[in-house]
Design a protein around this ligand. Structure first.
Ligand code: NAD
Ligand code: USQ
Length: 398
């Protein structure tokens, strides 16, 4: 296949580009390097030393002879350039990673809220609009989030893959049923953009018969894949700062540098997790199992397992002897929740996930210990609050 990977310079996009190129697909990365710019704006850097995209691509060519091309483009503002690219390159599929993806950054201040909305919503809409305008049958694979569902209930009711079969009414003794999109319940401006993306997908699949797959992905952990660990120039990014670092990678880094693990609240929150190497494998599966034109968007829950944060912290403690801090929660989120997620479709394609308990130690020895001298401890605390007065939020309504 010929593939355009939007956001292919990012944490999930880079190893996925390598994976797909290694499988023999022709890969063109489109990225505006906003993620690298935001690092500068926040005065932080990846724990791992990441190379420029041009150097990464050159190293990949030296090692494998495979060519990955790239185009610098902001898809949220450059509609004509995007359309020209689709018309010139005629890709079979687009994989869309190119959004502002940190919930804390999206909640930081008015300008980061506005940026997240305009970047994510206009970017996704430009891709859909450009596919229609190109008059090509391009399959769009989008990286969505488990957060669109609102992380389940107090009872362990299974979260289906995107759609819910409901009884609407009984008329003259006849049950009226329908299959509806699972009610959206976002917990941040960032997560809200993903629920808005999903509305656009419903519309474009219905009106323009676009083939769209939306992957509702859990929190990605880990750094390297087999391919990215072949040469230091291919190394993937590792975010640990209070805005972009995600919880499990943060815990691993904190344990290594002797910073007590920063559990928000009681740690009773349950979240879904997936290893970065499985992100790549699931996207491969999504690309070879597209929906048919005229179908509603295909929604797959891309996650391997669920864990409470306190269990994760204790697991990391058992491996490293680190301290754990239970901090006032800067976010507005339920103190505890159950999360029971169906992922039958990806499993039915034969995917066998990597589990946290089997790979944590390797991550600590190969990444967090190896690069610990690059850590800036002052960037670890979460300083983005969900309420305007920077007080821990009242979560009684969640
Ligand atoms: P990332 O920030 O590391 O990568 C995103 C890439 O997209 C960056 O290289 C950035 O420069 C680029 N980009 C952003 N806006 C763009 C635009 N307008 N035009 C062109 N390029 C643009 O994020 P990531 O962790 O790789 O996440 C990728 C996708 O996966 C996101 O959509 C995110 O919501 C989703 N996701 C991530 C996780 C996770 O834990 N990292 C979990 C679930 C879903
Ligand atoms: N948390 C802590 N301590 C920390 C950091 C986070 O307890 O130091 C808690 C948060 O309060 C939250 C949970 O851990 O309850 C997850 O936070 P996170 O920052 O790891 O993940 P989140 O903000 O949900 O976002 C990440 C990605 C996002 C993706 C999402 C998938 O940044 O792009 O969509 O995970 S999901 O969580 O399934 O919605």
């Amino acid at each position: 296949m010929k593939l355009i990977i939007v956001g292919g310079d990012g944490f999930c996009g880079w190893p996925t580009s390598l994976h797909l190129s290694n499988l023999g697909h022709e890969v063109i990365i489109v990225d505006d390097f906003s993620r690298r710019r935001i690092d500068k704006e926040l005065n932080v850097q990846s724990l791992t030393p990441i190379f420029e995209l041009s150097e990464r691509i050159e190293a990949w060519f030296e090692l494998t002879g495979n060519v990955i091309r790239y185009v610098e483009m902001d898809i949220s503002t450059k509609f004509d350039d995007l359309l020209n690219l689709l018309e010139e390159e005629k890709p079979d599929s687009i994989v869309h990673f190119g959004e502002q993806r940190a919930a804390p950054y999206s909640m930081k201040c008015t300008s980061t809220k506005n940026y997240t909305i305009s970047n994510n919503i206009c970017g996704t809409h430009n891709i859909l609009n450009a596919i229609v305008e190109s008059q090509r049958d391009i399959h769009l694979v989008h990286l969505g989030t488990m957060g669109v569902y609102g992380y389940g209930h107090e009872e362990p009711i299974p979260i289906p893959e995107g759609y819910l079969d409901v009884k609407i009414d009984t008329i003259d003794g006849r049950e009226i049923t329908d299959s509806i999109v699972y009610p959206a319940n976002p917990g941040s401006i960032y997560h809200m953009t993903k629920t808005m993306d999903s509305q656009m997908f419903q519309y474009y699949a219905k009106n323009d018969k676009l083939r769209i797959t939306d992957l509702h992905q859990g929190i990605v952990w880990g750094t390297q894949t087999e391919l990215s660990s072949q040469d230091e120039r291919l190394i993937n990014r590792f975010d640990y700062d209070g805005d972009y670092g995600t919880v499990l990678n943060r815990f691993l880094m904190q344990a290594t540098v002797g910073f007590p693990l920063t559990v928000h609240g009681t740690g009773g929150q349950t979240r879904a997790f997936i290893h970065i190497s499985d992100t790549c494998k699931c996207i491969e599966q999504a690309l070879i199992h597209p929906p048919t034109s005229g179908d509603r968007p295909l929604i797959l829950n891309q996650m391997a397992e669920t864990q409470t944060l306190s269990d994760l912290a204790k697991l990391v403690q058992s491996l490293t002897n680190c301290e754990i801090s239970y901090l006032p929660n800067p976010r507005s989120e339920a103190e505890r929740n159950d999360l029971n997620v169906r992922n039958d479709l990806l499993r039915s394609f034969g995917w066998e996930p990597t589990l946290i308990k089997d790979s944590l130690l390797q991550e600590i020895t190969e990444i967090t210990r190896h690069y610990s001298d690059r850590a800036d401890h002052s960037k670890i605390p979460c300083v983005s609050y969900w309420t305007k007065n920077n007080e821990p939020a009242d979560v009684s309504h969640r």
